[in-house]
Design a protein around this ligand. Structure first.
Ligand code: MF3
Ligand code: CO
Length: 256
């Protein structure tokens, strides 16, 4: 069941989204060789606490941390802990916040110190794929338009799109209907209505699209050990175009 959100409801989600953006900005600023993923988790938790918000992830099906940190061949859902980031790594940081019962969810991938040209290109292309997907989130278009745009950027750059994990509706729950795949055909899938709130989250692999889950039952890695990058924003679809709920405070929330 897809629920469309009112402006008052999306105001709460925007507040949650500003907090998510602050968590990600603080984590990005803390990323350097030698920092542990657990330290990033504590930085994010402190921002939630100061803002009187809670984590969308902590306790979700037993998930044990505030954020997800996914390093190198880890695609998503890496659990923060004692792992120390080292020069040349890339780290995906995924955060969600709840304000008055309303969720927002976003992710970035960050280079640790100097990274290879190939790692930097994978990060840039994944962010561009998200940007192009957001641009398709127009009332009257269809979810296939979003997926096709993301897929075209990814595959046009020689990367593969992860299919086993997809974006999602968001609101009173972190994961609501509809599913938002990062692949598809233009003009196919459900039509985008005013008030639809979705998280678009391309996961691009430098190698094949296959995935595998580690023994910890959370961390998803690439089947072939290749690098993977992940970016995500939560959006509100309006007649004037998509509004990025997880944009930083003071930054235009209206997509270009
Ligand atoms: N941001 C992730 C998503 O959109 C959620 C992390 S899963 C959790 O699917 F278990 F960590 F919450
Ligand atoms: Co998400």
């Amino acid at each position: 069941m897809i629920t469309l959100k009112t402006p008052a409801e999306t105001a709460k989600m925007r507040e949650a989204g500003r907090i998510v953006a602050a968590m990600l900005a603080a984590c990005r600023a803390a990323v350097r060789p030698g920092v542990t993923t657990g330290e990033l988790d504590r930085i994010a938790a402190e921002i939630l606490r100061k803002n009187g918000a809670t984590s969308s992830f902590l306790g979700y099906y037993g998930y044990p941390a505030t954020i997800c940190t996914s390093v190198n061949d880890q695609i998503v859902h890496g659990i923060p802990g004692k792992r120390r980031l080292k020069e040349g790594d890339i780290v995906g940081i995924d955060a969600g916040a709840i304000v008055d019962g309303w969720h927002a969810d976003a992710a970035i991938t960050v280079p640790v110190g100097a990274v290879s040209a190939e790692a930097a290109r994978l990060i840039a292309v994944t962010e561009e794929a998200l940007r192009r997907g957001i641009a398709e989130a127009q009332v009257g278009k269809r979810l296939g338009d979003i997926g096709a745009a993301v897929q075209a950027v990814a595959e046009g750059s020689g990367y593969s799109v992860v299919r086993n994990y997809v974006g999602h509706g968001i609101g009173r729950a972190m994961h609501e209907d509809p599913q938002v795949p990062n692949y598809g055909a233009p003009e196919r899938g459900i039509q985008i209505k005013e008030g639809l709130c979705i998280a678009i989250e391309p996961m691009l692999n430098a190698g094949g699209a296959e995935t595998r889950t580690l023994e910890d039952r959370w961390t998803v890695v690439t089947g072939d050990g290749s690098l993977s990058a992940h970016f995500e924003h939560s959006l509100w679809c309006t007649a004037e175009g998509p509004i990025v709920l997880t944009a930083p405070h003071g930054q235009a929330a209206v997509a270009a």
